[in-house]
Design a protein around this ligand. Sequence first.
Ligand SMILES: [Zn+2]
Length: 344
Amino acid sequence: MRTLEQQSDVSRRDILKTLGGLAGAATLPEARLFGQNTGSANPRRIDVHHHHRPPSSGRGGEGRGGAPWTPERSLEQMDKYGIAVALVSLTQQADLLYDGTEEGRTFARSVNDYGAKMTHDYPKRFGLLACLPLPQVDASLKEIEYALDTLDADGIGVYTSIGDKYLGDPALAPVFEELNRRKAKIFIHPIPPKCCHDLVPGISDYATELDFDMTRTVTSLLVNGTLVRHRDLTFICAHSGGTLPVLAGRIRDRFPKDKMEMAPLGVIPELQRLYFEVAHAAFPYPLTALMKFVPSRQIMFGTDYPAEPIESTVVPLEAAGLSKEALYDINRGTAERLFPRFKV
Ligand SMILES: [Zn+2]
């Protein structure tokens, strides 16, 4: 196991190489970046941010009004872009999943059963990040047991916020305690937060609020002690961590002095224990910030398909001029270490 200092050395080496490439990429017009070839050798990527659309979700097509989604449509896209494995999770449906009723519990079960069928039908191509009917704690504990013991899910997917609550909320403590006992991998996916709809008329919440909600929930996990109490949990933050890498220094400087026991390594090193994926956030600007923040050994590939076209991640990632080692880590190396059943 490498120390944080050793990891920072790796990080610095990666950054120097990365910045060399990114500096060039940053001067290219965006249209040209997106027009580049997506590469030749098959990188056998592992996509940790990929959505299924179970019939019970009532959601249908790709993107906005595209072709109907099916597991086979995912496989076709995965083959096209050199993606060997996709770990599927539920797209943004907090209204139904987190409604606090029997309906939410039934929905969670149907979504997880559907995902498990995909992993059963295509065991080498799909993994499952099961959903939980939060904020219902007892029902979520039952679903954790069912998903991890009966369905053999690879991990758990949660949204950044549950109504007014963020993930560090003390009411959710039993859920994280149980997930920690099981050394679970937890994928944190953003949703438009309840607090902040339509703050700026004319700009979609999806353009700005998702990335802020990621930062809110990570600070909630930190300040409430979830990160320090549960050292066996692995959190994976979507979309290059949203605004977290950029705001980390300000979070450190404004962190409450009477809560420093929640960050025994220091605020920044505690945040640098997190993992990240780069779906729709491999543009030069967020990728540079992320790779300054953590080494490539903590960064994974993701696409957000079918909500986003896969090119929107693959093309800027390949144009970023990353070192071969860093690109391998992101494409599959990091995910292979976290989810060893996909190791080849
Ligand atoms: Zn997504």
